[in-house]
Ligand binder design. Sequence first.
Ligand code: TGC
Ligand code: FAD
Length: 389
Amino acid sequence: MAARLNPLDLYDVRSLLSDEERMVQDSVARFTDEKVLPIIGDCFDQGRFPTELIPGIAGLGLLGATIPEQYGGAGMSSVCYGLICQELERGDSGLRSFASVQSSLCMYPIFAYGSEEQKQRYLPKMAAGQIIGCFGLTEPHGGSDPANMKTVAKRDGDDWVLNGAKMWITNGNLAHIAIVWAQTDDGIRGFIVPTDTKGFTAQEVHKKMSLRASVTSALFLDDVRLPGDAILPNVKGLKGPLGCLTQARYGITWGPIGAAQACLKEALDYTAERVLFGRSVNSNQAVQLKLADMARRITTAQLLSLQLGRLKDAGLMQPTQVSLAKWNNVRMAIDIARECRDVLGGAGITTEHAAIRHALNLESVITYEGTETVHKLVVGRELTGINAF
Ligand code: TGC
Ligand code: FAD
């Protein structure tokens, strides 16, 4: 008889990974199993980001994983970075968010657009988790259209003076530095803003029903005065922040695979144990159809992200391909998390089980880094050549 397939990896996508990629996946998976899963339900209940996990995350090289070793990074491939996101998000989207923001939205712009002095000064400490960053692009009047930015940076002698507000900023109240995007006479530019600078305030967003184990903040910049060398010198225009988003969105295509796997595993275990009408719940056709559909969608997402990662490592990945995968994979995961919640019945409504936590978290994931609609329209623009935004 043929060996049984792994229900969370029906096509043995793991066999397509290199030894190094498998090793990275295993070490992050262990971290999630041993350090994250025992506490994360309580963190979500309490609305608390587990800062005590930061040294462990940094110790495994998960912050700036793809940044070269000369700047303190781990010099890993994009596929390794994707697997890191997948295994962290199997624990909770909040942890993957923390790593995405630090790595793709803060370390990446310093690495890609910063001066040598900025790279030396910030990147090693960020990789070690000693300096935490946040990324301020979205503004209160509308995040989907960042070109309509109101935050301004004006020259005053050698200094820059920043005024404006940013909204929904992950890590805002944890951060030592903020990468802030602002309009200048020369178009949109990026600035490294130490969060203890006079005039800078971060205010945590409360009453969240999603990403409760993550810090989300509003940022206010009121005559924030920065030295001339706080600007990221090597990029101008919207392509600066959008280039960072491409990195982060790539990782986000992998993360929700982990969330969906966690939910499917929980549903498989629960429906095997629970007996109704004289038989286990998983022996009903209606339930098996749901479980089979989840496995189908997870498999498709795994293959999509792996090929995207291979394209990225070959220097061939296009932003439209990232949009398609972010749309597909987050939609896959939120549908699965909701369906698993249903299959758990009443038990599914508490955070004793993971499904509702993942489903609620994915409400943010489907909105941030470009809403699902934005990504569909990016694909539509590619197909038709018509900008429908
Ligand atoms: P468009 O005219 O298309 O482009 C302007 C310039 O940017 C270039 N570009 C890109 N570069 C790199 N990567 C991409 N994905 C790029 N997309 C565009 C483009 O080539 C052009 O360059 P140039 O040299 O010609 O000037 O700009 P648009 O205004 O038409 O863009 C439209 C749209 C809707 C796609 C864009 O504005 C968009 O993506 N909106 C969504 C905004 C968004 O995703 N915000 C996310 C904020 S950060 C966040 O949510 C973090 S959550 C993190 C967590 O907790 O995990
Ligand atoms: P809007 O842009 O106002 O959109 C409202 C609705 O209109 C959406 O459904 C959208 O799809 C739709 N819409 C917009 N344009 C069109 C169109 N042309 N056609 C059809 N429909 C359209 N931002 C950061 O900069 N840094 C962060 O660290 C960060 N972290 C976040 C963390 C969380 C938990 C959340 C929820 C958000 C975070 N964001 C962050 C912001 C996020 O990127 C924005 O919420 C997102 O880009 C959408 O912007 P908005 O909320 O202003 O919605």
